[in-house]
Design a protein around this ligand. Structure first.
Ligand code: GDP
Length: 439
C-alpha cells in the first residue's frame, strides 16, 4: 500500500536524520522533498503546500527540544499531520435505527456492490441483522451479483427485477425489513460511468424517500485526483456522511486517501482491500499514517487475528500443544484461519519494517497451496498420527499431491522441528519463550 510514497518520504527524512539540530535549512530541504512526494502521490498541490507549511511551522517551533533527534522529531510531526489530514480520529458508522438505513452511492465499477456485501458481512459479525437491497434497475447483472454475495454470507437480498422505480424498491425494502425484523437496510444504488444528472437525481430521490442514517460514498482509490473530484460532485448533491475507499490492495499512490477528507470534509469510514468479503477494515487515520511511514500496523493485524480465531478453539489448540499432540489436522486448520485474515502480503506489511523488505517479492495467496496439497493427500489417520508416516506412505503422499518425495520429506522434517520447538517452549516458564520477543 502506498509503497512509492513511503519510499519517497523515507528518503526525504534522510535529509535531516543524523543532523545534530533542527535548522531552517535542513527543515526547508526535508519539507520540499515531502511536498514533491505528496504531489507525485497525486495529492493536489494546494493541499500538499498547506500540509508542508504546517510541518515546517511545527518543526521550527520545536527547535529547542533536544530530547529527540531532528529525524525522529520530523517523523513524529509528519505522522501526526498525516493522521490529521486523513481525519484525525476514526469516525463511527451510525447503524442505529428501526431499521437503520445505509445508502451506498458511487460510480459504476467503484466497488459499490462488493462493498455492500462486505458491509453486510461486517455488520452481521457485529450481531446486526442486515437486509441487502438491489436498487440498480439498469443492470440485471447487478441484482444477480448482490444475490450471489448475499448467498455467500447468509444475508437476505431484497430485489424486484420487474420494478423500474428505484425509489419504490427502496421504500418497499425498508417496509420489508420491518416485517422481517431486520435492523439494518443496506441499499446498493445504480452507478454510471461518469457523474451525470439522472444518477444524481435518482439517488437524491431515494435519499428523500428513505431518510438514511448513513450515505456512504464508495470510490476507487486507484483513480487518484478523479476520485477526489467525483467525491466533490457527489457531496455537493447528496451531502453524504462518509467515504469508502476501495481497491487499496492495488497499485494506489495515496492521493485519494490523503486528500478526500480535506476536500469534502467528510470522514473516510471504511477501506476495502481485496475482492474477498472479509477484507473490509474500519478506517483509522493514525494507523494509516503509521503504515505510510513504514511503521506497520500491529493493531489491525491483532484485530484481524482476533476476529478469525475463536477463543474456545484457541484454548483447545493450546492444550494440544502443551500435551505435544499438535497434528497435521491442527496445522491445516491454522492455515485456513490465517488465509481468512486476508491477503498474505498485506498481512506481512502490517509488521513494522516488513512491508518495505518484501515489496518486490511476489507472495501470492497460493503460498500455502503445496503444503495443503500434501496434507490433503494424507489419510485422516495419518493426519492425527504423524508418527506413522513412513517411507512408503510418504511416497504415496508425494504422488497424491504432485510433489517430489524430497519436498514431502522436507515438509515432514519442518513439522517435526516445529513440534520440537513446541516441546521446548512447554518446558520453559511462561513469558520466557525464546525468539518471541516478549509476545
Ligand atoms: P459497482 O459497479 O460499483 O457495484 O462495483 P463492483 O462491486 O461490481 O466492483 C467492480 C469490480 O471491482 C469487481 O470486479 C470487483 O470484484 C472489484 N473490486 C471491488 N472492490 C475491490 C477491492 O477492494 N479490491 C479489488 N482488488 N477489487 C475490488
Amino acid at each position: 500500500m502506498f509503497e512509492s510514497l513511503s519510499e519517497r518520504l523515507e528518503s526525504a527524512f534522510k535529509q535531516i536524520k543524523g543532523e545534530g539540530r533542527i535548522t531552517e535549512l535542513n527543515v526547508a530541504a526535508t519539507v520540499k522533498d515531502i511536498r514533491r512526494a505528496l504531489v507525485d502521490a497525486d495529492v493536489n498541490y494546494k493541499i500538499a503546500k498547506e500540509f508542508t507549511d504546517k510541518i515546517k511551522d511545527k518543526a521550527m517551533g520545536e527547535k529547542v527540544l533536544t530530547a529527540v533527534s531532528p529525524g525522529q522529531l520530523m517523523v513524529k510531526i509528519v505522522k501526526d499531520e498525516l493522521a490529521e489530514l486523513m481525519g484525525g480520529t476514526e469516525a463511527e458508522l451510525n447503524a442505529k435505527g428501526n431499521p437503520a438505513v445505509i445508502l451506498i452511492a458511487g460510480l459504476q465499477g467503484s466497488g459499490k456492490t462488493t462493498f455492500s456485501g462486505k458491509l453486510a458481512n461486517y455488520l452481521k459479525s457485529k450481531k446486526f441483522s442486515p437486509l441487502l437491497v438491489a436498487a440498480d434497475i439498469y443492470r440485471p447483472a447487478a441484482i444477480d451479483q448482490l444475490k450471489v454475495l448475499g448467498g455467500q454470507i447468509g444475508v437476505e437480498v431484497f430485489s424486484e427485477p420487474e420494478n423500474k422505480d428505484a425509489v419504490d424498491i427502496a421504500r418497499k425494502a425498508v417496509a420489508q425489513a420491518r416485517t422481517l425484523n431486520k435492523n439494518v437496510v443496506i441499499i446498493d444504488t445504480a452507478g454510471r460511468l461518469a457523474v451525470d444528472e439522472a444518477m444524481m437525481t435518482e439517488v437524491s430521490n431515494i435519499k428523500a424517500a428513505v431518510n438514511p442514517q448513513e450515505i456512504l460514498f464508495v470510490v476507487d482509490s486507484m483513480t487518484g485526483q478523479d476520485a477526489v473530484n467525483t467525491a466533490k460532485a457527489f457531496n455537493d448533491r447528496l451531502d453524504f456522511s462518509g467515504v469508502v475507499l476501495t481497491k487499496l490492495d492495488g497499485d494506489t499512490r495515496g492521493g485519494a486517501a490523503l486528500s478526500i477528507k480535506y476536500t469534502v470534509n467528510k470522514p473516510i469510514k471504511f477501506i476495502s482491500s481485496g475482492e474477498k468479503l472479509d477484507t473490509l477494515d474500519v478506517f483509522y487515520p493514525e494507523r494509516m499514517a503509521q503504515r505510510i511511514l513504514g511503521m506497520g500496523d500491529i493493531t489491525t493485524l491483532v484485530e484481524r487475528a482476533q476476529a478469525q480465531f475463536d477463543e474456545a478453539e484457541a484454548k483447545k489448540l493450546e492444550k494440544k500443544i502443551r500435551k505435544n499432540q499438535f497434528d497435521f489436522e491442527d496445522f491445516k486448520q491454522q492455515l485456513e484461519q490465517i488465509k481468512k485474515m486476508g491477503n498474505i502480503k498485506d498481512l506481512l506489511g502490517m509488521i513494522p519494517g516488513v512491508g518495505k523488505a518484501i515489496k518486490d517479492i511476489d507472495i501470492s495467496d497460493d503460498a500455502f497451496k503445496g503444503i495443503e496439497a500434501m496434507i490433503n493427500s494424507m489419510t485422516p489417520f495419518e493426519r492425527a498420527n504423524p508418527d506413522v508416516i513412513d517411507g512408503s506412505r510418504r511416497k504415496r503422499i508425494a504422488k497424491g499431491s504432485g510433489k517430489d518425495l524430497t519436498e514431502v520429506n522436507a515438509f515432514m522434517k519442518q513439522f517435526e522441528q516445529m513440534k520440537e520447538m513446541m516441546k521446548m517452549m512447554n518446558k520453559m516458564p511462561m513469558g520466557r519463550m525464546p525468539g518471541l520477543g516478549g509476545f
